[in-house]
Design a protein around this ligand. Structure first.
Ligand code: SF4
Ligand code: SF4
Length: 434
């Protein structure tokens, strides 16, 4: 008979008790998340949410699926004295924490049969991680200090500190006023990575004779902080207060942005974490579609092309704006709009949101490649989106996919153009209708 080493067993058991005690503390705090128990207990474990989840489809483990995460949370909520006896191991470990930082695309909510509010749940769980000093991936927590220091998630070229009055050159170049009815909020991606979008937005506003300006000292809106559970941070609050004050000083009653992230931050996150803006917040597509609707402008040049439209997660599913961009595309003479098989609220994420592309760049790229394959199933020559982030990620992936195909040397190539809708409207031009 093998003699049992009771000391080791006892030691292990005591360790387990300590871990369980700590977890019980933690799960008590979990129940502080509003409505968490209802959200978790209402899950049927049917798995419908898994089918289109881009994170699950890349990782392939149940633990990465919305259902798997809900199941594990339920176990965490029900830690009991029996767990050490049964040697059931529960840990809020690195792996579990990492799975909570997904694309934040919101498709799981659309597919869930009991309507669990997943975008809200994921954000609350990420807040819970920060509030309990749990080991959040550094690339996520580091975003806060970058934004704090540079007032932008991009350091690029400003290692010595943030540029002061980063939009002053635009104000000088376009002779924009200090006071105006509309503020065009440029956004960090357009400012630092895709200046074409920003120039197109300004060009359109000028041609439409809108009384507008930009903020000389615009700061990052803080979207990535809100999405990754850092909406309650001092950095987020500072950014919000700075931007809200700067907009108030212009006397504007409307804010227009071409970025769905900025749109959602001003319209949903500032009211939740800081203060409700006392001006109207519009996405560029809503603003232009309204001018077209009222017959105040028309798109100048025709375009003989078949176009497909990708609904950005933060503009579509997370903000409910589907018609305005389509109205603009349909108003362009010669354009044939062909929908993707998965469109509007079912549109698949392009992989470039929620910070997932910083955390898992290879997986995010594969998700973008899948999006390109979806586009190739249509007759479209051009894919248009209403998001500088989608524009940046998809056009880079098109170049990479094309290079891969051409390197294979069997004559295959990829001919697909990616454009942001602000860029497209700027390129075709608008004219005022008298
Ligand atoms: S938000 Fe998107 S990526 Fe995250 S779990 Fe839901 S479907 Fe998956
Ligand atoms: S679809 Fe909803 S109910 Fe079904 S497993 Fe997913 S979260 Fe649970």
């Amino acid at each position: 008979m093998v003699k049992r080493n009771n000391n080791i067993t006892k030691h292990k058991f005591n360790d387990r008790k300590v871990i369980i005690t700590k977890l019980t503390d933690l799960t008590a705090k979990l129940s502080g998340i509003p409505d968490l128990e209802r959200k978790i207990l209402s899950c049927l474990q049917c798995g419908y949410c898994r089918a289109e989840c881009p994170q699950y489809n890349q990782i392939g483990w149940e633990s990465a699926s919305p259902r798997g995460k809900i199941y594990y949370l339920e176990q965490l909520m029900n830690i009991s004295f029996m767990d050490p006896i049964l040697d059931r191991r529960f840990e809020v470990n690195d792996k579990f924490i990492k799975q909570l930082f997904c694309n934040s695309c919101g498709l799981c909510e659309v597919n869930c049969h009991v309507n669990i509010d997943f975008p809200e749940l994921w954000e609350e769980l990420r807040e819970w991680l920060f509030e309990n000093n749990l080991p959040v991936p550094e690339i996520i927590s580091g975003m806060r200090s970058t934004i704090d220091t540079y007032h932008s998630p991009y350091v690029g070229g400003f290692e010595s500190g943030p540029p002061t009055n980063r939009n002053q050159t635009l104000i000088d170049k376009f002779k924009l006023p200090k006071k105006a009815k509309v503020v065009f909020f440029v956004g960090c991606v357009s400012q630092y990575l895709l200046i074409k979008i920003l120039n197109s937005g300004i060009k359109t506003m000028r041609k439409a004779e809108v009384d507008f300006t930009v903020l000389a000292d615009e700061w990052c809106c803080g979207n990535i902080l809100g999405t990754t559970g850092q909406g309650k941070s001092e950095t987020f609050e500072k950014s919000a207060k700075h931007n809200l004050k700067a907009i108030k000083e212009t006397g504007a009653d409307t804010l227009v942005t071409c970025c769905p992230g900025c749109y959602r931050t001003f319209s949903q996150m500032y009211p939740k974490y800081v203060a409700k803006p006392d001006f109207e917040v519009l996405h560029f597509t809503e603003f232009v579609a309204d001018l077209l609707d009222k017959g105040k402008i028309k798109i100048k040049k025709p375009l003989e092309k078949t176009i497909t439209y990708h609904d950005p997660c933060e503009l579509g599913r997370l903000s409910g704006i589907y018609e305005a961009p389509r109205k603009i595309l349909e108003s362009i003479e010669g354009v044939k709009l062909e929908e993707l098989f998965y469109n509007k609220q079912n549109c698949n994420c392009c992989g470039n949101g929620g910070g997932f592309n910083s955390l898992e760049p290879e997986m995010a790229k594969n998700i973008t490649f899948n999006k390109i394959d979806e586009v190739l199933d249509t007759n479209a020559e051009t894919i248009v989106s209403s998001c500088p982030n989608c524009r940046y990620g998809i056009s880079n992936a098109i170049i990479e996919k094309k290079n891969i195909l051409e390197a294979e040397g069997n004559g295959a190539t990829l001919s697909l153009e990616m454009m942001d809708i602000t860029e497209l409207v700027g390129k075709l031009g608008v004219e005022k209708v008298e």
